[in-house]
Design a protein around this ligand. Structure first.
Ligand code: NAD
Length: 242
């Protein structure tokens, strides 16, 4: 199919989870700029003034991705989407040797892994039945390299997210649905507030911005990425892993 500008998203509805956070917010802006209608979902309400900057193309919903009932309600409120961006996530900076840490591990898995799954399983079958759709998981460089500052819970959760990309991609590709992911390095958002990063380890010698993650995600939601499935795209300022 010939498309005038395959990067455009006119007529498409994209659901973004974690949309009150740095990367989610930037995704919403990039997607709207490409013509999409965007539903911003987060457990934290999106400030009205923030939503207003996106114009009539954006609306917001509250949800907890770790709670299946909450995601079933989200689906009722937003029944049909063309693309999903799964940016909700948590990264506690805590001590994995602390006896109370098991709860933290379970919570990280519940949000980062099961939370992404909860959202996908509400929309996946419908996309497959329609024969089109894009799903973008948000993994992490820590899931590739074993983590730097991030603990083993977060690192394992993002490794699992990368595996889910492949699990879903294999099943979705024959149905015309593209499932991909991104693996950002250190990105300056609220998630890393208060942390000190040694940017000397990054070939580009700086942290990334949320926008630098959002644009590749907008691309993965578009027809420009129509032959991509199962990819986890590194966005990390030039880190190379074997
Ligand atoms: N910032 C980085 O350096 C970095 C690097 C690699 C990957 N990531 C990933 O990118 C994604 C976005 O991160 P960010 O940097 O924008 O962080 P952020 O903390 O700014 O945003 C995360 C958002 O997820 C929401 N959220 C958390 N738990 C939720 C739940 N149970 N239900 C619904 N929403 C929930 C939060 O309210 C928040 O708005 C995360 O998955 C994160 O792991 C971030």
């Amino acid at each position: 199919m010939q498309v005038a500008n395959p990067y455009r998203l006119d007529g498409k509805c994209v659901l973004v989870t974690g949309a009150a956070g740095g990367i989610g917010r930037a995704c919403a802006k990039a997607l709207v700029a490409q013509g999409a209608r965007v539903v911003l979902a987060d457990r934290t309400p999106i400030p009205g003034a923030e939503l207003a900057t996106l114009g009539d193309s954006a609306s917001s919903l509250i949800c907890d991705v770790s709670d299946r009932a909450s995601i079933a309600k989200l689906r009722e409120e937003c029944p049909r989407v063309d693309a999903l961006v799964l940016a909700a996530g948590i990264l506690p900076f805590d001590d994995w040797l602390d006896p109370a840490w098991d709860e933290s591990f379970d919570r990280v898995m519940a949000v980062n892994v099961r939370g992404s799954l909860n959202v996908v399983r509400e929309y996946f079958q419908d996309m497959c039945d329609r024969g089109s759709g894009s799903i973008v998981f948000v993994g992490s460089a820590s899931g590739r390299m074993g983590g730097m500052q991030a603990g083993p819970h977060y690192t394992a959760s993002k490794g699992a997210v990368h595996s889910l990309v492949r699990w879903f991609a294999q099943r979705a590709a024959p149905k015309g649905v593209c499932v991909n992911g991104v693996a950002p390095g250190s990105i300056a958002t609220e998630m890393l507030e208060g942390q000190v990063f040694d940017t000397a380890r990054v070939p580009m010698r700086r942290m990334g911005t949320a926008e630098e993650v959002a644009w590749p995600i907008a691309f993965l939601c578009s027809a420009a990425a129509s032959y991509m499935s199962g990819a986890v795209v590194d966005i990390n300022g030039g880190l190379i892993f074997s």
